[in-house]
Design a protein around this ligand. Structure first.
Ligand code: APR
Ligand code: ZN
Ligand code: ZN
Length: 366
């Protein structure tokens, strides 16, 4: 097989916040010490890519976006021992350093150095402009160069294209249910925001043996996808969301709510949708201008727990093999999350669809 590195590769570049993505050829250097060059097979379009492009999330630019990817190792730099050319890998957009206070606490998803690679240019345009790798992975390109820690060997039996989803939506959604909310069999779960992440949360809730699973979205057309992913009920988001979730869960409210829209109003609705003593996990990434308010008295009286959740509170190197086992056994259906296979040039359209509440994951296929 041809695994020689390409001289230049096509990539989708964010030139500045608010600018349309620029599709261009970029020049990637050979991997340096500790680095790995990967030829992408596929990369999912995640809301966080849109958030980087519109400034809700900030990162050094100009940058190659894309952080949910899988592909094949093309070459490795000096000192790389964990992977070899030809190996199939999933990209990890938050590689843990193993050495900071959070890593020492065994909470690698909070690693203080997870974004270390994003502040150093890793490639350049053909005109010589330096480019940063957004969220380390820079997966909206035919090839990328990342630190060795940012590649996870793909376990056997998972198709490489679908495997891209494991890198963000599925690890995040699975972890939200398993590590953050710690859903137990029979519990009721409300999921607010049914994009790629919400769909992964729904499938993971089903996998965890949840009883009732209520999907909530502002877009009615998410119902079919939601039910296919395990939702037993669907609610069109409104002022009455929490009342409706309570009605559907026997009056008390859900045991667990997972917020996957990244908005103040959905965080508030998730909170109000749970029962007394309920658990709320916030997966969505909202802007810093989004404010949520709670009365002091209701915090006490409702005795709920509200948790933020980064990358599903996952240790990707531990959780990926576990996820792959569920995929192989048919308990997680990756392809069910995908509603479009697209090219790099179609990413702006995928952003539009996301804003309009259409479809599940769009997957860039190389
Ligand atoms: N109430 C309910 N659902 C809403 C609302 C609302 N007020 N506003 C938006 N939504 C829905 C959208 O219709 C869409 O289906 O939230 C969903 C969000 O899905 P995507 O845009 O596809 O986002 P996704 O990639 O799944 O990411 C979800 O997790 O990682 C973070 O940054 C990411 O905040 C984002 C969230
Ligand atoms: Zn993502
Ligand atoms: Zn660390």
């Amino acid at each position: 097989s041809d695994i020689r590195p390409a001289r230049s590769v096509r990539a989708a570049v964010l030139t500045a916040v608010g600018e349309p993505l620029r599709l261009t050829r970029i020049e990637l250097p050979d991997p340096g010490p500790g680095q790995v060059r990967v030829r992408l097979a596929a990369a999912g379009v995640c809301h966080s890519d849109l958030s980087l492009s519109n400034g809700t999330l900030l990162a050094p630019v100009p940058a190659v976006l894309g952080h949910e990817g899988a592909g094949t190792v093309v070459s490795v730099g000096e000192g790389v021992t964990g992977v070899r050319p030809g190996q199939k890998v999933v990209l990890n957009w938050a590689p843990a350093c193993g050495d900071c206070p959070f890593c020492r606490l065994e909470e690698p998803w909070l690693c203080a150095n997870a974004n270390a690679a994003t502040t150093t240019p890793y490639a350049r345009t053909e005109e010589g402009q330096e480019l940063y790798p957004a969220l380390t992975a820079a997966a909206f390109a035919e090839e990328t160069v990342v630190p060795e820690r940012a590649v996870l060997p793909l376990p056997e039996g998972v198709p490489l294209t679908d495997a891209a989803l494991l890198g963000c939506a599925v690890l995040t959604g699975y972890g939200a249910i398993r590590h953050s909310a710690k859903v137990r069999p029979g519990e009721s779960v409300a999921v607010l925001g049914i994009g790629g992440v919400g769909l992964a949360v729904l499938q993971s809730a089903r996998l965890a043996g949840a009883g009732q699973i209520v999907a909530v979205d502002i877009s009615e057309e998410k119902e079919e996808l939601a039910r296919a992913a395990g939702a037993t009920d669907f609610v069109v988001a409104s002022e009455a969301t929490s009342k409706e979730v309570k009605r559907l869960t026997g009056g008390l409210g859900a045991d667990v709510a997972v917020e996957c829209a990244g908005r103040a109003e959905t965080i508030r609705a998730a909170w109000s949708s749970t029962r007394r003593g309920g658990r709320v996990t916030v997966v969505g990434i909202g802007g810093k201008d989004q404010r949520v308010s709670f009365s002091a008295l209701e915090i006490f009286l409702s005795a709920r727990t509200l948790s933020g959740c980064v990358y599903g509170n996952c240790d990707p190197s531990r959780d990926l093999p576990e996820l792959a086992e569920h995929v192989r056994a048919g308990r997680l259906d990756l392809s069910a999350l995908v509603t479009g296979h697209i090219g790099l040039e179609d990413i702006p359209e995928a952003f539009e669809a996301m804003l309009a509440g259409r479809g599940g994951r769009a997957l860039v296929v190389f």
